[in-house]
Write a protein that binds this ligand. Structure first.
Ligand SMILES: Cc1cc2nc3c(=O)[nH]c(=O)nc-3n(C[C@H](O)[C@H](O)[C@H](O)COP(=O)(O)OP(=O)(O)OC[C@H]3O[C@@H](n4cnc5c(N)ncnc54)[C@H](O)[C@@H]3O)c2cc1C
Length: 471
């Protein structure tokens, strides 16, 4: 047992349970310093606004949970290389533990910090916390990346779950805590204007919220998930994505708590498999959020049209399912997966706007903004990704609405100005007669926009644009 403190650097693993780094620190018997850094270093992508809002709640919960165990969470803002070197020197730490992360700019920092610590008489241990399989552990027969989901997932299933959920966290011994900044100093949450009111009402941030959400999902919604997961009008998915993104729960905990087999559980586990696949891709293609995975898309003739971009961002395209999704995103920081696909397809194919613009908007507005999932999903929809939807598959926003929100209740919830329209028109208000529109209190072009583009024309334009890539 060493009396020199152990530093636990917490990042996207803001939980006490199933946190291997914290667990190992507790087990070591050494006094513990728990640190979170609001990182500022060249090359790191700035956090989005919704992410920062979530982070505030997450850190508050973590602070309380650690305090209940006698340990203060030290908050620092700045370059992690400098901050950790300073704490290591001043507190004379003997070891540093952290859980691994996978964005290349972050892993480079981690390696630099590790080397500095090792050269200064401090051991370093890193752990797997947030993925069922390390991104490099699943390989093709030739030893490289697997670019198609099904064989990737099959290989991961054959490999099995590589680590058990850690047991109960042992007693933590607190070291003398270095100076800390305060959460209030960081101003992570908006005040004037406070655009996060609906987000506050929609979510319970923190590890407790994650556990509650998992329990509710397994109790209520898992049964029927395979069928209901495509329906934005019902609460049919887990909504665990922001908790996973911030590490308030681990996929290991989710898998352990859910049934091992069955149609619904299989489907749910496969979705977690998509998350793993995204990280596999990100590991092998670190520029996934910036560069087309299929380089032939570099020549794609994107349009430049800020007005249409703004109308898409604010849910004013005139296509109700798209607008409902974009408003759900703005108000709650989350959007249903089916609607994410429809909205992304609309931006890329109906408006011919670069997928990177959509990726950036989602990055800023999603509470679950995830460097792997967001980039991989945008490229999937664009057709430029690995195992992507074929470019010529253009989602029809009317049919998608009619199929997955048949009664229109999702649309009515987010677009009250057209709520009184009969079901026949709820996904295509422009087809209602003037009399029917007037009866529903809708003045197209005034109270709700007329369609920004004609679906058929936009579809043909998209296909023509795609043809140019082949020549
Ligand atoms: C354009 C676009 C952008 C997206 N951006 C993100 C993002 O930034 N962060 C993010 O976590 N997901 C993203 N997704 C994937 C998916 O929409 C969300 O993970 C899902 O909607 C989260 O809701 P849930 O937790 O209720 O999912 P569930 O259906 O309950 O699934 C459980 C978990 O599996 C994972 N998962 C589910 N679907 C997918 C998928 N298609 N790809 C990868 N992982 C998946 C998530 O971690 C999710 O929490 C994006 C999808 C699209 C089409």
């Amino acid at each position: 047992m060493s009396s020199r403190p152990v530093l636990v650097w917490l990042r996207n693993d803001l939980r006490l349970s199933d946190n291997p780094a914290l667990h190992a620190a507790a087990k070591s018997g050494a006094p513990v310093i728990a640190l979170y850094i609001l990182e500022e270093a060249k090359g790191l992508r700035p956090m989005g606004s919704a992410w920062r809002w979530w982070l505030a709640g997450s850190l508050r919960a973590l602070t309380e949970n650690l305090r209940a165990r006698g340990v203060s969470l030290v908050l620092r803002k700045g370059d992690p290389r400098k901050i950790i070197a300073e704490i290591a020197r001043e507190a004379q730490i003997g070891a540093a533990y952290w859980n691994r992360r996978y964005v290349v700019a972050e892993t480079k920092l981690d390696t630099e910090i590790e080397q500095h610590l090792l050269a200064n008489d401090c051991t370093v241990e890193t752990f797997n916390a947030s993925l069922l399989n390390e991104p490099w552990s699943i390989q093709s027969k030739a030893g490289g990346p697997i670019r198609v989901f099904t064989p990737y997932y099959r290989a991961s299933e054959e490999r099995g779950n590589p680590r058990e959920v850690t047991g109960d966290l042992r007693k933590l011994i607190a070291a003398k805590a270095p100076n800390s900044e305060t959460l209030a100093d960081w101003k992570l949450e908006p005040t004037k204007p406070n655009w996060a009111k609906d987000m506050n009402a929609s979510w319970t941030r923190g590890e407790g919220g994650a556990k509650e959400r998992l329990k509710d999902f397994l109790g209520d919604a898992l049964k029927g998930y395979a069928e209901h997961r495509d329906r934005p009008d019902i609460d049919g998915t887990s909504r665990l994505s922001p908790y996973l993104a911030h590490g308030e729960i681990s996929p290991h905990q989710i898998v352990q708590a859910s049934p091992a087999r069955g149609r619904d559980a299989d489907k749910f586990h496969a979705e977690l498999g998509w998350r793993e696949f995204s990280y596999h891709l990100l590991h092998h293609y670190p520029a996934l959020s910036r560069e087309n995975f299929q380089r032939r898309f570099d020549a794609f003739p994107w349009r430049d049209d800020n007005k249409s971009l703004a109308r898409w961002q604010h849910g004013l395209t005139g296509y109700p399912i798209v607008d409902a999704g974009m408003r759900q995103l703005w108000r709650t920081g989350w959007m249903h997966n089916r609607v994410r696909m429809v909205c992304a397809s609309f931006l890329i194919k109906h408006l011919l706007l670069n997928w990177r613009l959509g990726e950036a908007w989602f990055w800023d507005t999603l509470v679950d903004a995830d460097p792997a999932n967001n980039a991989a999903s945008w490229q999937w929809v664009a057709g430029s990704g690995a195992d992507a939807a074929p470019y010529f598959r253009v989602f029809n926003p009317i049919l998608q609405g009619e199929k997955f929100d048949a009664e229109g209740s999702y649309v009515r919830n987010w677009i009250p100005e057209i709520a009184a329209l009969p079901n026949d028109y709820i996904h295509k208000p422009w087809t209602a007669s003037p009399l029917e529109l007037a009866a529903a209190g809708v003045a197209l072009g005034k109270t709700y926009p007329a369609p920004i583009v004609d679906h058929q024309e936009a579809r043909e334009r998209a296909l023509r644009a795609f043809q140019t890539l082949k020549g």
